[in-house]
Structure formats: structure tokens, C-alpha cells
Design a protein around this ligand. Structure first.
Ligand SMILES: NC(=O)c1ccc[n+]([C@@H]2O[C@H](COP(=O)([O-])OP(=O)(O)OC[C@H]3O[C@@H](n4cnc5c(N)ncnc54)[C@H](O)[C@@H]3O)[C@@H](O)[C@H]2O)c1
Length: 354
């Protein structure tokens, strides 16, 4: 299949390109490089062993998208072209609503005009709200406490409503729990060795010498190690879920309830901050200092994904645990010469493709 990956130079997108490419799909990257560097593409090409068709296009630019759809017939689109920072969205809500919602509208419109009928959308567990705890299933009502989560929930709703009125469109939204880790080669991964998870980010900052110790917000929670426990999903497991969803939507016999389904992707278990830190120490051979602080307002003891829907419908489940996550983050961190500096992705050398 020919698959357009919007946001394909980003963290989850680049790993998804690898997963799709390894299955023999023809991958076309669309990215405006607002939060990634063109250099990511040459690393992808090296991993895949072939050149990639890539376009520097903003998904809000309907005319540019239409020109791409006119050039080739696409079988599916993976949509990961969005702004993702909860903190940033609080200070720039207009920019987030514009990028995440206007981008999806332009993409849906041009896809349908071009007759492309399969969409896999990168959603987030943020739709369950900050106070959600325990095992979360997809029937939990969205409680969007911040502008970022509201954009994600609205985009899901938008896709659902378009699918409900257009029998030619079938879509899946994958609700990520904490995507972390890196490709096992260490050649691609995020600048901080993972997604946006606080604890792993802090561990990487300690390794980098920009932070003295990892803050642990309470060690008296009712969890196995006494610390707040979260659901860490290896980014390669996430990438496999995208490839599985593309393949599943490609099977016309597979029923998609109402044309659109949202499903959790997570490891299905929660891991405490101290367990994660211990796994990183074991992987790296380093001692990572930490300091126990007071509870943060709004924190909950544990959150993890109920992944039955993904298991039943996609046949997907996470395969890597925190040991593999930490091993791959450590490998990526060790390959410093190749790392992308944070946060000024855009400043990195390399010309954007046309
Ligand atoms: N990383 C996480 O922790 C996480 C968790 C849950 C959900 N998600 C969701 O997954 C998606 C991708 O996340 P990520 O971690 O890969 O983010 P990322 O920032 O690494 O990647 C996003 C990519 O999209 C590109 N992009 C952004 N706006 C664009 C636009 N208008 N046109 C074209 N390209 C654009 C960026 O340049 C970047 O390459 C986002 O929708 C995010 O909300 C991420």
C-alpha cells in the first residue's frame, strides 16, 4: 500500500515509517518540520535501506496536500502532524487549536476529495483527563482539563462525525499512553530519549548533566514501589500498532463500528518512577540520584491502559517492557553525536525537502 505519514519526521511518525516500510508499504512523509529536523529523514533512509519520498508541507495547506494527492493514489493516511505539549498549549491555545484542528479539517477534506478512505489518527490518553486513575477503557467519558486534551478530543470527535456521514471513510484513533524509548539501533528517537514523560525526561537530563537528580513526587503512594505509576509504551510497539491499524483498515471485510473507532495503546501495566529508575540504572550501569518531594497537586497513584479493544480488533499488544525501553533509551543517549538537540529542532542543519 502507499501510505502518507503526516508528521512522519516526528518522534512517533519516524518509528511508524520504519514499521510500515519494513512491511513493504511505500511510505510518503509529509511534515512541516516545525517540531522535527529534515535530518531525521536521512536516518530513516539509512534504517530502511532506500530513499524516502518526503515533502515539506503544512497539513493546513489544503492546496499543497491536494497537489500531493493528485500526484499518486494513496491507500491510507497516518495523521501524526500535531502539536503535542500540554504545557505549551496552556500558554498558546490559539496556536494549538489552529494547528491540531485546522490541520485535521484540511487533511480530511483533501483526502475525501482525492478518494482516500482510510485514516489512522494519533490520539492521546490525555482525553481521559488528569484525574483519571486505574485501568482506563475507551468508554470512559472524555474529561479534557487543558487546551491540548481538548484539541485531541475534538479531533477524534470530528473524525467520528465525518466517518458517520461518509461511508467511504474508515478511521481508527490510537490513544497513546506514555510513548517512550527509541529504535533499537539508537539511530532515531526523541531528543530526550523518549516522549514527554516526566520521569524518563528527568533521568535523561541527569545523564546529560543539566539536572542534579530525578524528582520523585512522593514515595508513599499505594503502588508496588510507593511512587506514582504510569503506563510506558515502547515507541516501536506504538509504531507497530500504526502499521497494524493501516493493514486492518486495508481489509475491507473488517467491520469498523460506525466508521471510526478509538482504541487505547499502552503496555497494560503501570510502572512506578523508582522501578523505571532502577531499570535505567541496570541498562546503563549508571547510578541516577533522585530526591523524594511532596506529592504534586492532581497526581494520581496509577494509570494504565485497558488494551482489550486493541487486542480484540487489531490483534495488537505491547511486547517490550521497561527493560527494553531503558536499554534503547540508553543506546540512543550514548550515540550523542547523532542526537537532535532539544528544544530547537528547527535550528538543526539540513535542508527541508521540497
Ligand atoms: N509523544 C507523546 O508523548 C504523545 C502522547 C500521546 C499522543 N501523542 C500524539 O501523537 C502525535 C505525534 O506525536 P509525536 O510525539 O510524534 O510528536 P512530534 O512533535 O515529535 O511529531 C509531530 C510531527 O508533526 C510535524 N507537524 C506538526 N504540525 C504540523 C503541520 N501543521 N503540518 C505538517 N507537519 C506538522 C512536526 O514537525 C513533527 O515532525 C501528536 O498528535 C500527539 O498529540 C504524542
Amino acid at each position: 500500500m502507499r501510505v502518507m505519514v503526516c508528521g512522519g519526521a516526528g518522534y512517533i511518525g519516524s518509528h511508524t515509517c520504519v514499521a510500515l516500510g519494513e512491511r513493504g508499504h511505500e511510505v510518503v512523509v509529509v511534515d512541516n518540520f516545525s517540531h522535527s529536523a529534515p535530518k531525521a529523514l536521512s536516518r530513516l533512509e539509512a534504517l530502511l535501506g532506500r530513499s524516502l519520498d518526503a515533502h515539506c508541507v503544512d497539513v493546513r495547506d489544503g492546496a499543497a496536500l491536494a497537489a500531493l494527492f493528485a500526484r499518486h493514489r494513496y491507500d491510507a493516511v497516518v495523521h501524526l502532524a500535531a502539536s503535542r505539549s500540554v504545557h505549551d498549549a496552556r500558554t498558546r491555545p490559539l496556536a494549538y487549536f489552529d494547528n491540531n484542528i485546522a490541520g485535521t479539517i484540511a487533511l480530511l477534506r483533501t483526502m475525501r476529495e482525492a478518494g482516500v478512505g482510510r485514516l489512522v489518527h494519533g490520539s492521546s490518553a490525555a482525553v481521559y483527563g488528569d484525574g483519571a486513575s486505574g485501568a482506563l477503557d475507551e468508554d470512559a467519558p472524555p474529561i479534557c482539563d487543558d487546551p491540548y486534551a481538548r484539541t485531541v478530543a475534538f479531533v477524534e470527535q470530528l473524525i467520528g462525525e465525518v466517518c458517520a456521514t461518509d461511508p467511504g471513510l474508515r478511521a481508527v484513533s490510537l490513544r497513546h499512553f506514555d510513548p517512550v524509548g527509541a529504535h533499537p539501533s539508537g539511530r532515531i528517537g526523541d531528543c530526550v530519549g523518549g516522549g514527554v514523560n516526566d520521569t524518563l525526561q528527568a533521568i535523561c537530563q541527569v545523564v546529560d548533566g543539566v539536572r542534579e537528580c530525578v524528582p520523585i513526587y512522593g514515595d508513599d503512594w499505594p503502588t508496588a514501589d510507593g511512587t506514582c505509576a504510569r503506563d510506558y509504551l515502547h515507541v516501536m510497539d506504538a509504531a507497530r500498532a500504526y502499521a497494524d491499524a493501516v493493514d486492518a483498515l486495508g481489509d475491507d471485510a473488517r467491520d469498523v463500528d460506525g466508521g471510526h473507532m478509538a482504541m487505547n495503546i499502552g503496555s497494560g501495566r503501570s510502572v512506578g518512577a523508582l522501578e523505571l529508575l532502577g531499570a535505567f540504572e541496570a541498562a546503563s550501569g549508571l547510578r541516577i540520584p533522585y530526591r523524594v518531594l511532596a506529592h504534586r497537586i492532581g497526581d494520581v497513584a496509577e494509570v494504565y491502559a485497558d488494551t482489550r479493544r486493541a487486542a480484540d480488533w487489531l490483534g495488537w499488544r505491547a511486547e517490550s517492557g521497561v527493560d527494553a525501553i531503558c536499554r534503547d533509551v540508553w543506546r540512543r543517549l550514548s550515540m550523542r553525536a547523532e542526537r537532535t538537540p532539544s528544544p530547537a529542532f528547527q535550528a538543526e542543519a539540513g535542508a527541508a525537502p521540497k
